[in-house]
Design a protein around this ligand. Sequence first.
Ligand code: BDR
Ligand code: CA
Length: 322
Amino acid sequence: MAQTAGVTDRIPLVIDTDPGIDDALAVLLALASPEVDLELVTTVHGNVELAQTTENALRVLHLAGRSDVPVAAGAAGPLVHPLPTRAGHVHGTAGLGGVELPPSPASVDPRPAVVALAELLLAHEPGTVTVAPIGPLTNIALLMAVYPEAAQRIGRVVWMGGSAHRGGNVTSAAEFNAWADPEAAHAVLTSGLPVTMVGLDVTLPTVLTEEGIERFRSTGGTVGETAAAVLRQYVDAARDAYGISGVVVHDALALTEAIVPGTLRTVRRDVVVGTTLGAARGQTLVDSRSVSTADTAVEVAETVDSDAAVEFLVSRLASYGA
Ligand code: BDR
Ligand code: CA
């Protein structure tokens, strides 16, 4: 994986997010990456309530000195069924591991997220913008419904979510982002949009160790120190949930694929999502019997060089201190 690119044309990037500890890392990674130009952040319900994810997004951008990036708030809940719980036990009740970041001088963009997204897509050439949803897919499903002509212009959707062979992390069947809005996930994954699914198959083996965290804490300036502090809670949750010493920064891996396309080896698969109310709700059913030739197939990430991906993240976060 290239550590620095000879960047001529930066990829216009939108991150749709529910910060969220690993969401915060993903945003910081994108801002440290010359291959992409983060033009918009849209927020969604998910790990914590929408008002909190929106405030957190503003604060993370401010931490990186980029409060110029607009933040537009999106869906406050899933399309159909309200969520029984959120993920405050993993991310801290305010979503950033109990760390309070300084408030941003910026205000939230007055436009709803789907309007901001549609305007951005219509202002770019078709096929050029990468949208990286790293939370529930509610905003993307709404964009498809309200502004289909804008949605069709998306170059890539690089989604952190789902699981092909690893089961779930929020239930035995479902990964959190799929479970948090299964109807939206099903709509997007069967839409024919150019979706890459970065699921638990590739994120769980990709562990950011405590040594890696220490590297950017000590050399990444204020941003590196703050990112390390925010991760503390996640380290504890990962030890309890998976028995690992380190953290699985799911969303940062999806951003790595958005920043350096081809980082992950993908296979075209047909994917549907369980939308019944019951044990299989939010399960991503990935048809691994054959490579799909359907227009609606999803590029499912199946193979990752975890050491290279972690090194990419650590070195980019460390670069904040340069
Ligand atoms: C996903 O769920 C959230 O808690 C994380 O931010 C990530 O997007 C992992 O299942
Ligand atoms: Ca997330």
